[in-house]
Design a protein around this ligand. Structure first.
Ligand code: NAG
Ligand code: NAG
Ligand code: ZN
Length: 504
């Protein structure tokens, strides 16, 4: 009797001790996990007077739990519920918006990590409010054109990324006419394919012709994944007079890649996109034209194809919207990219097309290199590496240069989050809505800053960025990736806990 009484008393006590111990150990391992985040908890609310939801701007709060948005409430409904036990971070008047999804970035890793690399690239992304980026299949070494080379990418990215990262595969002559090769690359998890209609500048990434593209689309249709195309085709340049051939003059470079290069490529490309129409042989495939620069005939062709029902979208990049040929200083090869930045009148038309919705989205085309290859001291536009370094600045650049055209927060989120996430098939991203990943940027559109030496820049080679010296508006306060506060108050989380986004 006494014994059983003892048991009766001891058991609950033992159970209590056991549960206390388990809480102790759980919280210890939990503490470890939180190195992924600057916050010590994974269930919390963030509040602000300006939260951008799919239904417009609200004043209220967003509840995050376990990396996912679990509720979004307006201020007037907030007080009805008892929330005192849960942590609330009040961001005041700062804008809470879906994190940016950059569908076009070159992180050059593995193989050319002295150009960029996953750690520096994703740190820059986090500091710029980008929560997902899709890495291009070229400029790393080797290029991502097979399951084996994708595996190298995955190994290079694992545990070294602060934001979520997915991959485009390369459509190249070697795999384009071999549907089992393409299928194995798509089965391995690339979110879609990328090809060039002109030399890419990288030897192991040769250009495709229209037959390759057509065949590629028929395989992509089965996977419902897009083909991204660099649409320029080599034609005669406009340089005919040896005297107007100064390689330090930006206009010389501009003449080597006239708008006819874009127009010719797009015309050829659109000869096969009719297959993507409903009922077509490549229905469910999609063609996305990257970094459009020519806002005249090239854009007209794209509009026409869309009108006919072709599954086509187009992006441009902040540098085409911010800069113009007229203002590029002699020898300043930081501004070299292809297709080239054109005249101010073209920039106006690009902005018009953004505002009208004829251009669907933006991407960074962050395409760095090591400073030596920019030939900054020679200033030779014809020989320097083409590519603009911008990753960390795309949000303030879009906002700063767009204000004079009346850009709204809704448009910024559409161009940078909603449409790009749909292009990449990432349906858990791109909006502040219940059930979506808690990928969030908190920023202050009104706060101005100078991009000078004092500004902390996280990509590998700040000196080659064409944006240095500019004054921008729009300061990123905090960046959350799947609920982890990966960037806040100028600091990054110490562990790199971004996820790999592989298509299944
Ligand atoms: C097509 O690709 C498969 C898988 O990569 C490869 O085994 C095969 O040899 C290729 N066929 C041709 C004709 O190149
Ligand atoms: C494209 O190149 C392939 C060889 O890789 C060739 O068979 C095909 O005829 C070419 N198509 C065009 C339109 O030139
Ligand atoms: Zn690119």
């Amino acid at each position: 009797m006494e014994r059983s009484l003892l048991q009766w008393r001891l058991l609950p006590l033992l159970a209590l001790i056991a549960s206390l111990l388990s809480v102790f150990f759980a919280s210890r391992s939990y503490e470890k996990e939180t190195q992924c985040s600057l916050l010590p908890h994974d269930h919390y609310w963030i509040s602000s007077k300006r939260i951008l939801t799919p239904d417009g701007l609200i004043s209220g709060s967003v509840e995050v739990n376990g990396g996912v948005i679990v509720s979004v409430v307006k201020e007037e409904d907030w007080y009805k519920e008892q929330r005192s036990r849960v942590k609330v971070i009040d961001y005041g008047e700062a804008v809470i918006m879906p994190g940016l999804v950059d569908v076009h970035a070159h992180l050059d890793d593995p193989g050319r990590s002295e150009w960029e690399g996953f750690p520096s690239g994703t740190k820059a992304a986090a500091a710029g409010g980008i929560t997902t980026l899709i890495d291009m299949p070229l400029n790393s070494d080797p290029s991502t054109v097979s399951p084996e080379t994708l595996k190298l990418k995955i190994e290079a990215a694992k545990k070294r990324i602060l934001v979520d990262v997915g991959f485009w595969g390369g459509l190249v002559p070697d795999n384009a006419l071999n549907s089992s090769a393409l299928s194995s690359l798509l089965d391995a998890g690339v979110l879609g394919l990328k090809s060039f209609m002109c030399p890419s500048g990288i030897n192991d990434f040769p250009m495709t012709n229209i037959t390759h593209i057509k065949e590629g689309l028929s395989v992509l249709a089965k996977y419902k994944r897009p083909l991204l195309v660099h649409a320029e085709v080599e034609m005669d340049s406009e340089i005919d007079d040896a005297t107007d051939n100064d390689p330090r003059s930006y206009l010389t470079y501009l003449k080597t890649r006239p708008t006819s290069w874009e127009e010719g490529a797009i015309r050829n490309l659109l000869s096969v996109t009719e297959n993507t129409r409903i009922g077509g042989s490549a229905e469910r495939a999609h063609v996305h034209i990257v970094h459009l620069s020519d806002a005249s005939s090239s854009l007209d062709l794209i509009k026409e194809a869309k009108g006919k029902g072709d599954s086509v979208t187009v992006e441009t990049c902040p540098h085409y919207l911010a800069f113009s040929a007229e203002e590029i200083p002699e020898g300043d090869t930081r501004f070299k990219c292809s297709p080239p930045i054109r005249h101010a009148a073209n920039r106006e038309k690009l902005w018009g097309a953004m505002m009208e919705g004829d251009i669907d989205m933006l991407s960074s085309d962050h395409s760095p290199t090591k400073p030596e290859l920019k030939l900054l001291s020679d200033g030779n536009f014809l020989k320097a590496w083409g590519g603009i370094s911008s990753l960390q600045f795309v949000l303030p650049v879009t906002w700063s240069y767009g204000r004079k055209y009346g850009v709204t927060l809704e448009q910024v989120a559409s161009w940078w989050s909603d449409r790009p996430s749909k292009l990449a098939g990432l349906h858990s991203k791109g909006a502040i809505a219940v059930g979506k990943h808690a990928d969030i940027v908190v920023w202050e559109p009104e706060v101005e800053f100078n991009l000078d030496e004092d500004h902390p820049i996280h990509f590998k080679h700040p000196s080659i960025s064409a944006y240095l010296g500019r004054k921008l508006s729009g300061k990123v306060v905090s960046t959350f990736v799947r609920g982890n506060l990966v960037f806040g108050e100028g600091k990054h989380a110490s562990d790199a806990c971004g996820s790999l986004l592989l298509a299944t």
